[in-house]
Each structure stands twice: as structure tokens, then as C-alpha cells.
Write a protein that binds this ligand. Sequence first.
Ligand SMILES: [Zn+2]
Ligand SMILES: [Zn+2]
Length: 379
Amino acid sequence: MALAQQPNTSNRRMPKKAPIARFLETWLGAPLHALEFILQWVLVKPTRWFWRHLDSLSYKLEGTRLRKVLAHTIFPFTLILSFFIGYRLVENGITSLTLLGFVLLPIIFGLYCAPLERLMPYSRKWLEGGNDTAVDIIMYFSGAFWSGISGLIVSALFIIGIVEMLEPYGHNLWPDDWNLIIQVTLFILIKDFFRYWFHRALHEIPALWRIHAAHHSVERLYWLNGIRAHPLEIVSQAIFYAIPLALVQPSAEVALVAVILQLSIGIFQHSNIDLELGWWEYIFSIGDNHRYHHYPDKGIGDSNYGGEFIVWDILFGTFHNPRDERPHDNIGIGTAPDYPMTVAGLYLAPFLPNQKTVFRAEDDVNELPATAPKLQPAE
Ligand SMILES: [Zn+2]
Ligand SMILES: [Zn+2]
């Protein structure tokens, strides 16, 4: 029975090997550092102290029938509940209740997932993350801001002419009279097809990997950090989606239910809840699928690109989830173990030349002589 490791109390800074970036991180990022510090003491520490009281209960739950039942049912239950909530929020059109629901849903998901992670953790090491949660909260709101900016950029770009030309065709193409569940599934499947290829390009094209590295800088997976993305990724993805989405024009109600389902699947993609997902892992990009995706070794990590569905990976040969093993919990960027963890550091990192030199740890195990003992992966 392993006890949870004690976390670092501060986020790793830009390495000294990059003095200019470190200077910018310190001074331009000062307001962000202050915000990280405030969030850490006002929100993160008190809530984590509260959730820690569930740890003793989690040991009692280990090996019980109740835990097994929960492990099998939590995901399908949440999926059905999310669809039902989405349906109720839009059944009378888009109202102020719909908007209120959207503001409250991430908080409700957090209040639901955070205790479950404590009660049934996949990795006890991942329960403690220093003050990474403060960074993730800022990244969540900055992500919403950059999504808004993306919309403006797409509108302002030359694409607008093409989008305007295509949109009427899109309205005619979409099967409005089909069942709501089928329309929502179809919409997410189509969107995910483009997410698959965009995500694959982010991994396989070195210049794009620089901007996606912010997402892979996380050293643990938990319900909130699936949203961690560099602004350049958010903006470029919006531009990449602009033309295909002009041809896929479901009603606003279908799009909103789809967003709620994407939110709930996205939370299970990163959540540290030890679930028995079985064949769900052959439909959705959740559980072990995404744990392998965050492996530090790109030989394994360059797989399972799906945003919500995993079917595109199965179809295009990038699915990785061996039947007879479970993924370990040592994740991160193998070639960049010193990648910064502050908000300002994450923003600046893609622009640094010589990434492999700057972000490689001084005590990189690969630098040791072949006879030296290698680091052992955690339990
Ligand atoms: Zn990725
Ligand atoms: Zn991820």
C-alpha cells in the first residue's frame, strides 16, 4: 500500500540555460505568477486538504464488490446523464438557463470527479501535483479567451469568403430530421475526424510539436488538465476547422449537446479514476488509450490521437492499447524533462531554439554510461 508522494510546492521555471526566456518569464509573467500563487493558497490547497480526507476510505474500498460495480458503471452512467442534461438544457431552445448550465457544468464535473479520483485512483502518485492546478485553472480561462480570439481571427481572415460561400450548402447537407442522438454522434464523429488529423500533425511535424508540447508537459493526468493547450494550438486548430465546419451545420441545439458530451468525454480522457472500461476503450479516446498517449517515449506516445472517439485511430493504424498490460504512470516529454511548468514558461517555450538542449535535464539518464543503473519506473 503506497502512500501518496509529497508534491513540489512550486512550478518548475524556465531553465537557466535560456537566460532571456527566463528573464521574460520572470518579469512579463509576474502578474501570472501572482495569480498562480493566490489560486494555490485560496482555492487549490484548501480543496486538496479537504479531498485528502477520502484517502483512508479509498484503501477500505480497494478490492470490494462496490468498487468493481462503480468501476464498470461510472463512465456509461455519466455519458447518459450528460446527454440527458444536454437535452434538458436545449429542449426549449437556447435560453438563459442553457448559458447558466454551461458556466456551471465544469464546476459540477470537478465536484464529481475530484472526489472519485481520491476514492478510486488509477495512480496515487497522480493525486498530488504541487501547484499545477493553479496553472490549469489559468490555462482554462486563457483557453476560453483564445478561443474567442480564434473566432475573430477566422472571421477576419480571407477564409471568410469561402466560409460564407460554403455555409448555405452546409445547412442543406445536414440531416436535421434524424434522431438527436444520431445527429450529435455524427457531428462529434466528423469533428473528431479533423481533430485526429490535426492532432497527428501536431505530433509528427516537429515545428507543430513545439506548440503541442505544452499539453504533454503535464507529469500527471487528472480531470482538469485535459484543457491545457498553448494559444497557438487553439488558434491554429480553429483556422484548420473553419472550412470543414462550414459544411457541417447542425442546429445550435445539436452543437450544444455535442459540446456537453465532448466536455464529459474529455474529462474522462484525463481523469485519474481507475475504471473498468472494457469495450468502451474501443469506441472512445479515454482511460488507458490516453495514458499511453502521454508516454514520454514518442514511439508509444505517438498514438491514440482521437479527441472523443478512438475509431479513427483504429481505422488509420495508430491505436495502441495492448490487451495484456496497463500503462505506467511516468508521463511527460521524454526529450524535454526540464520543460517549464509556469503559465508564462508554457507560453514562451515553443519560441525557444534548440529545445532539446535547453529543456533536457542536467542529469538526463540517457547521458549516463551504459553501465550506470537506469531509473526505475514508478509502481
Ligand atoms: Zn498529443
Ligand atoms: Zn492529453
